[in-house]
Each structure stands twice: as structure tokens, then as C-alpha cells.
Design a protein around this ligand. Structure first.
Ligand SMILES: Cc1cc2nc3c(=O)[nH]c(=O)nc-3n(C[C@H](O)[C@H](O)[C@H](O)COP(=O)(O)OP(=O)(O)OC[C@H]3O[C@@H](n4cnc5c(N)ncnc54)[C@H](O)[C@@H]3O)c2cc1C
Length: 375
């Protein structure tokens, strides 16, 4: 009851601020890890508009488990409205930004006092949660009906998918082709070696320094040609190559000079776009010199939530919180349901211990709790 009263009071305060024109309109672009977390944190402190092309937030590192066990997605695919109950939700993509407005693909113009860009990586997924769950069921049927499977790409997505299939469907012939000289190039070589050994121990054939010509595939009897002239027979394939940053559209906007050569948004220590006072960026889209991970995107969202609260409440700029990049790589890549490989600052380990940390529920319970939902 006390909590409900507090929410009512905060809603009332937001309405009062709006009447006074206090500049509390926050528009968040992107409902991924960073944007969703921020929308949840800020919803009772500002007038928040969340813009995302899909109706749901999805825990990205649970995707591969959902392909081998589609019911897993019922917990990892979360409608935005389940955690974001107080604010405007616009289901569309941002296509332009001016100094005061965002334009969306469906023709809306949305005014902002403060803008936060959290568009991460471009990933064309279905609009509704139901369609997304159906997609996982279809991918699961594809895996189940194949005797042999080709995974193209040896980054975290390809490795985690190969791990899931190798553990849940050990009878399938599995081949992974990667164009780099080692797997998991985003972390250290030791982690790559341990991963390669684990995959080999599960009878996964790994081909490095090769690419696959997907245009060469003949329907029915599927033979794939590699760049080394080798042939791979597989009933189906999964393309797990890195997704581009979702910043290409910003090149035609007032923020075109705020991108670095790789399309990342340049930010200052308070996570404001460099040289700007009312535009922030968080998550994978930023040029923060650290490994790109969801737990860091969440921390950045927390810093921006604090900073926007200070600004909206009329606090001084010297009160703004600072984001300190992580000094070294810290990541865990799951290898099926029980194992994983982990890169810690001074140590790389694989097997059951890192698997115990991540691979059981893939942090789904923890993430749902952070979003205020039952695990
Ligand atoms: C296989 C794999 C395993 C991983 N495992 C872990 C892990 O164990 N722990 C961890 O911390 N991190 C992990 N990560 C990394 C983590 O997923 C990312 O760092 C995280 O998703 C970044 O969050 P983000 O919000 O910046 O971007 P994203 O999660 O990419 O979200 C971007 C959002 O922006 C939306 N969007 C895109 N363009 C537009 C537009 N024009 N207008 C409006 N919205 C738009 C998208 O629809 C999406 O909702 C893993 C990644 C992969 C690939």
C-alpha cells in the first residue's frame, strides 16, 4: 500500500513538472539491455518515452538456449509493458534525430528534453513476442529434423549455439566454420584454445580460417563449399556472424559528427555525447574503451539514470556521476548447460565452475529480478 502511494505521488509529481514545462521529457532509443534497464529505472522520475521496433525486451545471451529448448524463451522474452508501466512506448525504429525531436519509421515526431541512444546492434527480429516465440519453435524443428548441421561463425553466438546443440543433440553431426585464425576473438587466446578443445571433445568439427559460400548451396542434398575448396555436407545451417552496430542511420542526422570511424558514438565520462549536454549514449553503441557486455550496459544505464535524475531535479553539473570503464576483459561464454569458458582479469578457466555461474539459467532469473519480475 505504501509503495502504491509512493508511485501515485511520483506520477503526480511528473504531471506537475510537465504542467510547469520543467524539461523532464526523456526519450530512449532502443529497448535492449541498456535502454530497457534505463526505462525501468527512470519511469517514475521523468516522462519517459521508449522507442523500440519490437514489443519486447529479450535477454540476448539466452537466445541460443531458446533454439534448443523453445520454452526457455517464455522467461527470456519479456514484453516491455511488463516492466515499463509508466511512460509512452512507441513500437517503431528511430530514423532521424534533430536537436529537439526524434522521427520514427512510422511517421511520428517525438519531442525530447533529454535523449538517450541505446540502439546497440541491428538485429531484424519479429515485432511481437508471440512471433518471436514461434520463431524459436521453428528453429528448434529445424535442428531436430536435421542429421547434420553447419554453424557459420566462431564468435560468441556461433560457439554458444554449437555448445547447446552438441550437448542437447550429441547424435547430430556438427561442423563449425570460422574465418578467423581462432575462436572467440573478443577475448584471449587461452579462452579460444580451451573452447576449441571442449568442442572437439564433443565431436564438433571446427574449421578455422575458412569461410562458407552460402550461395553455392544446392537445395535438397546440401553441399557447402568453403574458401579452401573443401566441401561440407549438412542438412541445414545457422548463420552466426557478428551483427552490425545500429548506428548507420545516425550518419544522416545532426549527430553525424559524433560517431567514430567504426560508427560508435563518442561519449564523455558522464556518458553524454561528447560536447552535448542533453544527449546521452549507453551500451554497445558507445566508444567506451572496454569489452562490450550486457552487465556493463546495465551499469551505464544506472549512471545515466542517476545523472538524469540530478539534471531533472535541477541539480548542478558537478553532481553528475562518472562512468569508469572496466580495465580488463571479463566475460563468460557458455558451453552447453553445465560448462563454460571464462575470462577473468588474471585467469582463464573452463569447465563446471564458470558453467555453474552462467550456463544453468544463463542469468535469466537475475535479469528478470533486476527488471522487477518474478524469476
Ligand atoms: C552470444 C552472446 C552471449 C553474450 N553473453 C553475455 C553475457 O553472458 N553477459 C553479458 O553481460 N553480456 C553478454 N553478451 C553481450 C550483450 O548481449 C550485449 O553487450 C548487450 O546486449 C548490449 O546491450 P545494448 O542495450 O547496448 O544493445 P542491444 O542489446 O543490441 O539492444 C539494442 C536495442 O536497440 C533496438 N534498436 C536498434 N535500432 C534501433 C532504432 N533505429 N530505433 C530504435 N531502437 C533500435 C533493438 O531493437 C534492440 O532492442 C553476449 C552477447 C552475445 C552475442
Amino acid at each position: 500500500m505504501a509503495a502504491e502511494n509512493e508511485i501515485c505521488n511520483k506520477r503526480e509529481q511528473i504531471r506537475e513538472m510537465e504542467k510547469r514545462g520543467d524539461g523532464n521529457r526523456v526519450v530512449i532509443l532502443g529497448g535492449g539491455v541498456a535502454g530497457s534497464h534505463l526505462a525501468k529505472s527512470l519511469q517514475f522520475h521523468a516522462h519517459v518515452t521508449l522507442i523500440d521496433p519490437k514489443e519486447y525486451f529479450e535477454i540476448p545471451w539466452a537466445n541460443l538456449r531458446a533454439m534448443v529448448e523453445p520454452t526457455f524463451a517464455e522467461k527470456s522474452v519479456i514484453n516491455h509493458r511488463d516492466y515499463f508501466t509508466n511512460g509512452d512506448l512507441v513500437i517503431s525504429s528511430a530514423v532521424n534525430v534533430t536537436e529537439s525531436e526524434v522521427l520514427t519509421a512510422d511517421g511520428r515526431q517525438i519531442a525530447y528534453d533529454h535523449l538517450v541512444i541505446a540502439t546497440g546492434h541491428a538485429d531484424p527480429v519479429p515485432k511481437s513476442r508471440t512471433e518471436r516465440l514461434d520463431q524459436y519453435k521453428a528453429e528448434n524443428r529445424k535442428i531436430k529434423s536435421a542429421n547434420s548441421i553447419l554453424v557459420v561463425g566462431g564468435g560468441p553466438t556461433g560457439v554458444e549455439l554449437a555448445g547447446e546443440i552438441a550437448v542437447d543433440f550429441p547424435e547430430k553431426k556438427l561442423t563449425l566454420v570460422h574465418k578467423g585464425s581462432r575462436l572467440l576473438e573478443f577475448i584471449g587466446a587461452k579462452a579460444a584454445d580451451k573452447t576449441l578443445n571442449w568442442l572437439k571433445s564433443r565431436n564438433v568439427e571446427v574449421k578455422l580460417e575458412q569461410s562458407v559460400d552460402l550461395n553455392s548451396v544446392t537445395e535438397g542434398h546440401k553441399i557447402y563449399q568453403t574458401s579452401h575448396g573443401e566441401t561440407i555436407e549438412a542438412d541445414c545451417h545457422f548463420l552466426c556472424i557478428g551483427k552490425p552496430l545500429a548506428s548507420a542511420w545516425l550518419r544522416e542526422t545532426v549527430l553525424k559528427n559524433d560517431l567514430d570511424s567504426q560508427g560508435r558514438i563518442k561519449v564523455d565520462e558522464h556518458l553524454r555525447v561528447k560536447g552535448r549536454t542533453n544527449i546521452f549514449a549507453i551500451g554497445d553503441i558507445t566508444d567506451i574503451p572496454e569489452i562490450k557486455q550486457g552487465f556493463l550496459a546495465t551499469k551505464q544505464a544506472e549512471v545515466v539514470a542517476k545523472n538524469l535524475k540530478v539534471i531533472i531535479e535541477g541539480g548542478r553539473v558537478c553532481k553528475l556521476s562518472t562512468y569508469k570503464p572496466l580495465g580488463s576483459a571479463l566475460a563468460i561464454v557458455s558451453l552447453g548447460r553445465k560448462d563454460a569458458v571464462a575470462q577473468f582479469p588474471l585467469l582463464t578457466i573452463s569447465g563446471r565452475i564458470p558453467g555453474f555461474i552462467k550456463s544453468g539459467d544463463l542469468f535469466v532469473g537475475k535479469t528478470r529480478k533486476q527488471m522487477g519480475l518474478s524469476s
